[in-house]
Write a protein that binds this ligand. Structure first.
Ligand code: NAD
Length: 277
């Protein structure tokens, strides 16, 4: 019997939570460019009884992503792909953010579309920042970000014209949502679904670094003003991913699920601006 394969790209806080929530009973292919972190994640998952394989990947390299997709196919029937690899503004300069968060996501969608099985599903992790600064992208630029071939994205004038790091991250994340929507049509042609999740502030290594950075105070104010008033956990995102991967979401494709504890709602209602300001 061929194995049911779940590929989890990025084994930081969210990736590891996805393995715990959705990995049991499947062959899980773990991938990350940080070899030490990847080995730790493999050891932990094996120790907890998961059936795991691993491969080093740099999501900003087409050859590397194509090799990962081929490895997943080699392991069995690729029924799930969860793309969590990413960089945030406290971790990297704008050039790396564009390469990993914009180009890398587009590459993963193009390469995994070739191997996803009928009935399979993909989930891409975007960000609530797509609903904030990322919401200001002109329609024409957004259409290009959604539909131009991955190899053209880094040369788009709209992209090369942005030098603000935080804005680059928000644009990349809004582009991820638009890209997922556009690519879901091709994935649908293979009988597979594709959606994104936009997390709020989640307590992972990345989230904690952001909270300790210069936007930390602003982020805490947003959380306090939100409907839930709390930080998100990696499990909150893994639960949403499990739903989108499952047959319960069989009529859901090409959309984004905002999992932010109510931050964007509070912001839109003017609550955070009042309390912070
Ligand atoms: N944590 C938050 O508060 C938060 C909020 C909104 C969105 N997000 C998004 O969620 C996703 C997951 O973040 P996380 O919180 O689990 O972060 P994390 O830092 O814990 O994990 C991200 C992983 O991506 C890997 N990675 C980075 N560049 C890579 C590359 N070129 N190739 C392969 N792997 C690479 C890192 O090594 C790391 O293991 C990211 O896309 C992030 O932008 C996070």
């Amino acid at each position: 019997m061929t194995a049911d394969v779940l590929a989890v790209i990025g084994v930081g806080g969210m990736g590891q939570a996805v393995v715990r929530r959705s990995g049991a009973g499947r062959k899980v292919l773990l991938a990350d460019f940080n070899e030490a972190l990847l080995q730790d994640a493999v050891d932990t998952a094996l120790g907890e009884g998961y059936d795991v394989a691993s491969q080093v990947v740099d999501v900003s390299s087409r050859d590397s992503v194509a090799a990962l997709a081929a490895a997943a196919r080699e392991l069995g029937t690729v029924t799930g792909v969860v793309h969590t690899a990413g960089l945030s503004p406290v971790q990297a300069p704008a050039e790396a953010i564009w390469k990993v968060d914009l180009f890398g996501v587009a590459l993963v969608l193009e390469e995994f579309e070739k191997v996803i099985a009928r009935g399979g599903a993909g989930v891409v992790i975007s960000s609530m920042s797509a609903y904030m600064a990322g919401g200001q992208i002109p329609a024409e630029a957004l259409a290009d970000l959604a539909a131009k071939p991955a190899d053209d994205l880094l040369g788009l004038p709209f992209v090369t014209g942005i030098d603000n790091l935080g804005y680059a991250y928000s644009v990349a994340k809004r582009a991820n949502q638009a890209r997922v929507q556009a690519e879901s049509v091709r994935w649908g042609g293979r009988g597979a679904r594709l959606n994104s999740i936009s997390p709020g502030v989640i307590s992972t290594p990345m989230g904690r670094q952001e909270l300790a950075g210069e936007s930390g105070a602003q982020m805490r104010a947003m959380i306090e003003g939100s409907g839930t008033g709390r930080l998100g956990t990696p499990g909150d995102i893994a639960n949403a991913a499990a739903f989108l991967l499952s047959s319960e979401a069989s009529f859901i494709t090409g959309t984004d699920l905002l999992v932010d504890g109510g931050v964007v709602a509070a912001l839109d209602a003017g609550r955070w601006a009042q309390e912070a300001g």
